[in-house]
Design a protein around this ligand. Structure first.
Ligand code: ADP
Ligand SMILES: N[C@@H](CCOP(=O)(O)O)C(=O)O
Length: 359
């Protein structure tokens, strides 16, 4: 075949859903798309770096935040990691990747998780690596995005619980390899020939939870970024036992509460509380504590519960009705802090799909 085309479609995600820090993820209906064409007639005479031309439209396009260099762009860099683990040093000649990205960057809606998942799929498809199962692809994602919740949701879709298998000491050492060795710094198109460390087998696992069809996700998205790495730095290394017990009690409720139809607002509100990450992230997200503490199903008809989405600053309100009133009320609190937002109603989404044009 001289040329082939396909689309990789990956959902955004909201991780944690209150108490499920680094465990729970929800795939939502806003999608990163890669429109990929491989023109094999250019084999041996492509002038593109690493045989790959990247174009981009969407979030961060105007500010030029997203690099078009295939060694720098997160998606193509991850694809190169997968290819190089399989002794393929570059993309097949000539690969064009057009990225359409509506997922806001650095807002807690899993833009980097979606980019990593899409990148791993891009590596698989470009390399013809058909033996890589979704479970194995999850291992590759975890070598890069080292918490499983948002990549698990973006890859498998729906409302998921994710967990890591106990590994042998040798395999643990491999998962702790610095990210700089997994995704080495750009070499300016030079191939050092160093094979990156492949992931140990079976690092990550997931389980799908039911989701009541009445429940929608209202995302209130502030117009400022909080890089996930920075939002993890503010978390303590140790927690009081009472706070851990508080979260354990709620996480035991959460998957059951969100699967029951009709939903029980009091139960869901209780099940979405957290003491392990949200209180500490207030320092980066003015208004967060006030929003989480002031909104209840009793004061706000239609509301089920409210939490920080991922590492923030987006707020996720789960609700069955009155979406605009709920969003307006949350935006009013942010406005008092001088923060402007937009908002969207999202629904649970399927996981990553690869769609090929009919031949
Ligand atoms: N579609 C994309 N293409 C390339 N890089 C991306 C893409 N989406 C996200 N990224 C990278 O991920 C960063 C945001 O990641 P992160 O701080 O984890 O926030 P988020 O909560 O949005 O995942 C962006 O600044 C960018 O470097
Ligand atoms: N569990 C992680 C989730 C980060 O999600 P993101 O969408 O903000 O990247 C955390 O809370 O740090």
């Amino acid at each position: 075949m001289a040329s082939e085309s396909f689309i990789i479609k990956t959902p955004c995600s909201s991780a944690n859903i209150g108490p499920g820090f680094d465990v729970i993820g929800l795939a939502l209906s806003m999608y990163l798309e890669l429109h990929v064409t491989i023109d094999r007639s250019k084999e041996g005479n492509s002038s593109a770096p690493l045989n790959c031309r990247v174009t981009y439209e969407g979030q961060g396009e105007e500010s030029g935040d997203i690099s078009l260099d295939p060694e720098v762009n997160l998606i193509t860099r991850v694809a190169l990691y997968v290819l190089r683990c399989h002794d393929q040093r570059s993309f097949p000649a000539e690969t064009r990747v057009h990225i359409k990205n509506p997922i806001p960057l650095g807002r807690g809606l899993g833009s980097s998780g979606a980019a990593v998942v899409a990148g791993v799929l891009l590596g698989k498809e470009c390399g013809g690596l058909h033996h890589l199962t979704p479970e194995r692809l999850f291992d590759y994602c975890l070598m890069i995005e080292r918490h499983p919740d948002n990549v698990g949701a973006a890859l498998f879709g729906g409302f998921v619980g994710t967990y890591l298998k106990p590994l042998t000491p040798e395999d643990v050492a491999r998962t702790e390899i610095p990210l700089s060795e997994v995704l080495p710094a750009p070499q300016g198109g030079l191939d050092t020939g160093v094979k990156p460390p492949a992931p140990p087998l079976g690092i990550g696992h997931h389980i799908k939870f039911p989701w009541a069809p009445e429940i929608k996700a209202v995302a209130i998205i502030p117009e400022f970024e909080v890089p996930t790495a920075k939002a993890r730095e503010v978390l303590p290394a140790q927690y009081p036992r009472t706070d851990v017990t508080f979260n354990l009690q709620r996480i035991a409720l959460l998957p059951v509460a969100l699967g029951q139809s009709p939903p029980d607002p009091e139960l869901i509100y209780l099940a979405m509380q957290d003491k392990l990450h949200q209180p500490y992230r207030q320092t980066l997200i003015p208004g967060l504590t006030q929003i989480v503490e002031s909104m209840t199903p009793a004061t706000q008809p239609g509301l089920l519960g409210v939490c920080l989405s991922g590492a923030g600053p987006t707020i996720l309100a789960l609700a069955t009705s009155n979406f605009d009133e709920i969003a307006e009320r949350i935006m009013a609190v942010f406005k008092e802090q001088g923060i402007v937002c937009n908002w969207k109603v999202l629904e649970p989404a399927e996981g990553t799909q690869v769609v090929r044009a009919a031949t």
